[in-house]
Design a protein around this ligand. Sequence first.
Ligand SMILES: *Cc1c(COP(=O)(O)O)cnc(C)c1O
Length: 345
Amino acid sequence: MPVIDLRSDTVTLPTPAMREAVFRAELGDDVFREDPTINRLEQMTAERVGKESALLVASGTMGNIVSVLTHCARSEEAILGDCSHIFLNEAGGMSALGGIFPHTIPNRPDGTMAVEQIEAAIRADNIHFPKTRLICLENTHNRCYGAPLTPEYTDAVAALAKRHGLLLHLDGARIFNAAVALGVDVRELTRGCDSLNVCLSKGLAAPVGSVICGSRNFIARARRIRKMLGGGMRQAGIIAAAGIVALQEMVDRLTEDHANARRLAEGIAIIPGLATEPDRVKTNILYIDLVDRRFSDEEFMARLEKKGVRLSHPGPARFRMLTHYGIGRAEIDMALTALHEVMQG
Ligand SMILES: *Cc1c(COP(=O)(O)O)cnc(C)c1O
């Protein structure tokens, strides 16, 4: 029985073209800046998102922590969403490793924070207060149904940051999903930020890696922080080779994942005992609520697992599904059939 794994888009396996590129990759020692494949990936990514420079890191979490540590000194404050991945899912790294103070603002259902609330959170110059240094946005917003933030919103936050002398970091783990969903050039979503993190190993299906992007000066400082965290990798062109294919071949097809997620949500919405909000599905992430309490959460997941369907469990009676490379229409229909059968059983 095939397993339809909807837990995350990180479960994607590399494409045949990626395996071929890995096999043929020209390599060198990247700590000496001598890996031509990494240099190429970094240059390509920087150009693609409209920044001067870029740096390959091991993961999205590493991309965010390296960026935040590069921007903020100990005791400084970062403003970020209360549902953001950095706040919820990165092991408190900014506090643990950087002594940086997180100041959360509520995320609205569309993944934004109210600009007035961000502004109100910026500290006055007063010796009692930490110094506000950074604002972090997340696009697409994982916890908010994969909502894409628009160029207009991002520009408004960037303008606010500029007015107050603050820096803006964009957790763009799925920034290409946002660009494709909105039908805009990705640079419209990145032009206002001082740094961003792009994941190659989510919907773009590379096996490993993220790239952080920013000014030449930012990346030079980030390179030292990456080394400090043990992230100076040697012949990591093995990783970069697959990342190059991800950028070249895997961006445009994200529209398929978005259409499949929408189809999945529309199918789930009519299954008695389950609830979801198809209209919120703009990219490849959806959440479902188990309204019918005949089964415990564990029982529900176990029954689905027996039918070959996996999803993740972010909270009580709440589940998450992501569509991705390897999940086609046929798999969506099979997953819907399995959900129907479980809810009837
Ligand atoms: C997955 C994810 C990350 C972290 O990426 P890892 O490679 O899993 O460390 C960061 N931000 C968002 C929004 C994510 O979804």
